[in-house]
Design a protein around this ligand. Structure first.
Ligand code: SF4
Ligand code: SF4
Length: 440
């Protein structure tokens, strides 16, 4: 009996040491120094006593093993309970949005231009706030707080490529229409997008509230009414590099955002071109040239949920993605809308993005009912003003989000665990705070 207790104690100690040391090694590989330090320290602090107990006289080994078993039972119980917690789904958007009202469109208005005058005649209440933002150095400006010439130049180069692709978002449709079943078209187009670098692809039936009412930026005349009659939307995500996001809010993150906008624009433009070539109309929606609200479409296409920080939360990469959309009439099979309640529940208890937002633009409270569905409403004016002060797109919220960790086996297991129960979500959040810090 004594011998068995000692053997068990030693085996458990070695197992835990191997596990925690592996987590430490993975963290070193991921460049997460704090996580590596905490994991190696935990390997010593947790496994050490068990290994030491195995060397003790019989009763002490038995006692140590009993303590270990009690802790294990406590952890497992914490994982399992509570089994359920009521979470309301996000619901559907019911009102269309005017693109001229979004902060990116307002940020482009130049004083003295006809658009400027027309907009502030229509919305005089936004003028004072927007002028405060306009007085700041601006995105990618040399005078901004986080200015870094090389990264800003890289971002600028990428944005100019995305802009150059604007003339390719739409085009002539081949007169001869190719026919396939909706399933075959869906599989073929999904395969193409994945082959070109998309991480996830989904199809949604386009709803009126997905489409902006008037053009606020991009191709077309500012203020024109948008009439997009396509029935379907193909939404897809591309991954932002983890190491670049980890540097947020410094300049490399905006270079990475711009790079992934190019990638998503390329895929969208190519996909739309293929569809038109098959005799069906299609339009690509790219950065600065959307006719649709991309996160809403992506959510309806089953790619994720809208999290506390207002971004699409995907199951594999969290918010660390950029979204591309193609709208079309080619027959397709829609996915079930995104309603991953485990993500919404996690966001309810987590609040890490809200704690770390440098300007307090993310709410700490509950979701509220609005015409855009039940959601957390971020103060996007304050967020955008901060971008204009520092010159980058910040992304601190994206960096600290527990769902943003790399798409590796270790993090995939953790993400799967968060789907099991509210208890595992609380446990995983506690571990994330311990390993990476509440304020990483
Ligand atoms: S940091 Fe936490 S609260 Fe914020 S979006 Fe990510 S999971 Fe949700
Ligand atoms: S991007 Fe930065 S400023 Fe904007 S909400 Fe996220 S953390 Fe806050």
């Amino acid at each position: 009996m004594t011998h068995v207790a000692a053997t068990l104690s030693a085996s458990l100690g070695l197992l835990l040491m191997a596990l925690l040391a592996s987590i430490g090694a993975v963290s070193v590989y991921e460049g997460e120094r704090r996580a590596a330090r905490v994991s190696f320290l935990a390997a010593v602090l947790v496994a050490g006593p068990l290994l030491g107990a195995a060397l003790l006289p019989g009763p002490f080994a038995f006692f140590a093993l009993s303590i270990g078993a009690l802790i294990a039972i406590g952890v497992v119980s914490r994982c399992v309970f509570p089994l359920r917690r009521a979470v309301e789904p996000g619901g559907r958007a019911s009102r269309r949005v005017d693109e001229r009202d979004i902060m990116f469109a307002r940020g482009r208005l130049r004083p003295g231009s006809p658009e400027f005058d027309a907009y502030y005649r229509m919305r005089p209440e936004n003028l004072a706030n927007d002028n405060r933002t306009r007085a700041l150095p601006g995105l990618l400006s040399a005078g901004a707080e986080k200015a870094e010439p090389l990264s800003f130049a890289a971002a600028d180069a990428c944005f100019s490529v995305t802009e150059a692709l604007r003339c390719r978002v739409d085009g002539e449709v081949e007169p001869v229409r190719q026919e396939r079943s909706p399933r075959e078209w869906t599989d073929a187009l999904t395969g193409l997008a994945l082959g070109w670098g998309a991480k996830a692809v989904g199809v949604a039936e386009l709803e009126p509230a997905h489409v902006y009412t008037h053009i606020g930026r991009g191709a077309g005349t500012w203020g024109s009414e948008i009439r997009l009659a396509h029935r379907w939307a193909i939404a897809f995500t591309v991954e932002m590099d983890h190491r670049a996001v980890a540097q947020a809010p410094e300049a490399p993150v905006v270079a990475e955002s711009a790079r992934q906008y190019v990638e998503s624009a390329k895929i969208a433009v190519q996909l739309a071109s293929v569809i038109r070539d098959q005799g069906w109309p299609a339009r690509a929606h790219t950065d600065g040239n959307y006719r649709v609200i991309a996160p809403l479409v992506a959510r309806a296409a089953g790619l994720g949920e809208i999290g506390r920080m207002g971004l699409l939360m995907t199951p594999r990469l969290g918010p660390r993605v950029r979204i591309g959309v193609v709208t079309t009439d080619i027959p397709l099979v829609p996915a079930a809308p995104g309603d991953d309640l485990s993500v919404l529940d996690f966001c309810t208890v987590c609040r890490k993005c809200a704690v770390n937002c440098p300007v307090g633009a993310i709410p700490h409270g509950d979701r509220i009912e609005m015409e855009q569905g039940r959601r957390w409403v971020i103060d996007d004016d304050t967020c955008y003003r901060y971008w204009n002060a520092i010159g980058t797109d910040c992304a601190t919220c994206m960096k600290v989000c527990p769902y943003s960790h790399p798409d590796t086996l270790m993090h995939t297991l953790v993400r799967k665990a968060t789907r099991l129960s509210p208890g595992t979500r609380s446990l995983m959040l506690w571990m994330d705070d311990l390993v990476y810090g509440r304020r990483p």
